[in-house]
Design a protein around this ligand. Structure first.
Ligand code: LLP
Length: 422
């Protein structure tokens, strides 16, 4: 995070607050979130793309505190369930700036979206078009999720632009054109545009550019086929962040430049009016603002490896086991030996695959009770957290200008038992 600074005695400051102090006050593990970094990322996006609507993807990290910052920074919001919408409603997030997504929207999801009056619903199946058509009142704005057939070169589990996965209507198969016809035939729906999201953690700007070109070419084809020119084009999120030093990063200004050029060029060559563009970054707004703080419980020496076991693990961060994600780890809170050795930081859960960070350099005098900070954990950590092994989820603590604020409290055993009705 931008406001990280080195404190005295091996401590580290986040938002002006020493991590040792945060650990003492809130316990470990804890998710820490630097408010000013989140706000700065919102501003970076708005200034790089001043005429583009920036919609924060709430699935990356959602709670009332974060949504207030997002609303104040003038961003829109992408939600994908009635539950996420409930958080938006709790802070009175303007419905006019909400986009509702999802390949499966239950009747409850659709009803909640219509009842709150969300500006746009992104339809993802023929069944949904019918169900929404029956439920909505004219004019319910609709975008159609299109699969442009573009490979984002990311992990298979988060690649959504290619053919034959569960999201969207295929351009190549003609399903997308059919979906357009179906939406146009629903009197309660108003087709305002198209949407695509080619995947997540993508650093190749060329993939986004190719998707944008294909989407505009499809808009041109619809102009010919149906005589409509759609006013909106939503190009989704998926912008990569570097989790560790040396990881590929995403060039926001290069992206802005190439996307705008591609859309302008394609529109003028097809004599189409320019659509209003939307993008939906989640990770790029929030990931680098987060740090997870763990406490070392034991250091164990195997035959050829050293294991540092901490008080969290795959219940607060399943990303290493889901996507092979790699993290860096920083010991904090005291002076450590300069001599380091390679160690694997593991969690408390009953699986050999419960790994926080594999083969990372750590000081040779690291011992039980020490604190470890894992950076870049703001996105898809709290939101992917589970109660595996009946472990309560960690708190989310925001920091700013030297003070800390509890956004989400730690889950207690009473919380966990409250759903168990025996
Ligand atoms: N828009 C739509 C329609 C999406 O499905 C997503 C993410 C986004 C925007 C935001 O993508 P982002 O900018 O955050 O990459 N759990 C995985 C990531 C799953 C992403 C799902 N959809 C992970 O931890 O890497």
């Amino acid at each position: 995070p931008r406001s990280t600074a080195h404190g005295v005695d091996g401590d580290l400051l986040l938002g002006g607050v020493p991590l040792t102090q945060l650990a003492a006050r809130f316990g470990t593990p804890a998710y820490l979130l630097d408010e000013l970094t989140v706000r700065q990322h919102c501003r970076d996006y708005r200034s790089a793309l001043p005429d583009v609507e920036i919609a924060y993807a709430g699935k990356s990290m959602i709670n009332r505190g974060v949504l207030r910052w997002i609303a104040e920074e003038g961003l829109s919001l992408d939600v994908c369930s009635a539950g996420e919408l409930a958080v938006a409603r709790a802070v009175a997030f303007p419905a006019s700036r909400i986009i509702f997504h999802g390949n499966v929207k239950t009747p409850e999801d659709l009803k909640a979206a219509v009842a709150y009056g969300v500006d746009r619903i992104v339809v993802d199946s023929l069944d949904e078009i019918e169900q929404l058509g029956a439920l909505a009142r004219y004019p319910q704005n609709v975008l159609i999720r299109v699969t442009p057939g573009v490979d984002g070169h990311t992990h298979r589990a988060i690649a959504t632009g290619v053919e034959d996965q569960k999201f969207g209507f295929s351009l190549a198969s003609g399903a997308a054109a059919e979906a357009v016809g179906r939406v146009l035939a629903q009197p309660s729906l108003r087709l305002v545009g198209l949407h695509c999201h080619i995947g997540s953690q993508i650093s190749r700007v060329a993939s986004f550019e190719e998707a944008a070109r294909r989407m505009v070419a499809f808009m041109a084809a619809l102009h010919v086929q149906y005589g409509i020119s759609l006013p909106q084009l939503d190009l989704g999120g998926g912008h990569a962040v570097p989790y560790r030093c040396g990881d590929p990063s995403f060039d926001l200004h290069g992206y802005a430049d190439r996307i705008l050029r591609a859309v302008n060029f394609e529109c003028s060559s097809h004599q189409l009016p320019l659509p209003r563009l939307t993008i939906e970054p989640g990770r790029a707004i929030i990931a680098a603002a987060g740090i997870t703080l763990y406490r070392v419980v034991t250091v164990k020496h195997g035959v050829s490896r050293t294991f540092v076991a901490v008080d969290g693990g795959m219940s607060d961060n399943p990303r290493p086991s889901l996507y092979g994600a790699r993290y860096s780890v920083r010991p904090v809170g005291r002076h450590f030996s300069a001599i380091s050795r390679s160690a694997t930081v593991v969690g408390r859960h009953c699986e050999a695959g419960d790994i926080v960070a594999e083969d990372v350099p750590l000081p040779s005098d690291l011992r039980a009770g020490d604190l470890l900070a894992v950076p870049c954990t703001g996105a898809y950590h709290h939101s992917l957290a589970s109660n595996y092994n009946m472990v309560g989820r960690p708190p989310v603590v925001s920091v700013r200008d030297g003070s800390a604020h509890l956004l989400i409290r730690r889950e207690t055993e009473d919380d966990l038992l409250s759903r168990d009705l025996g």
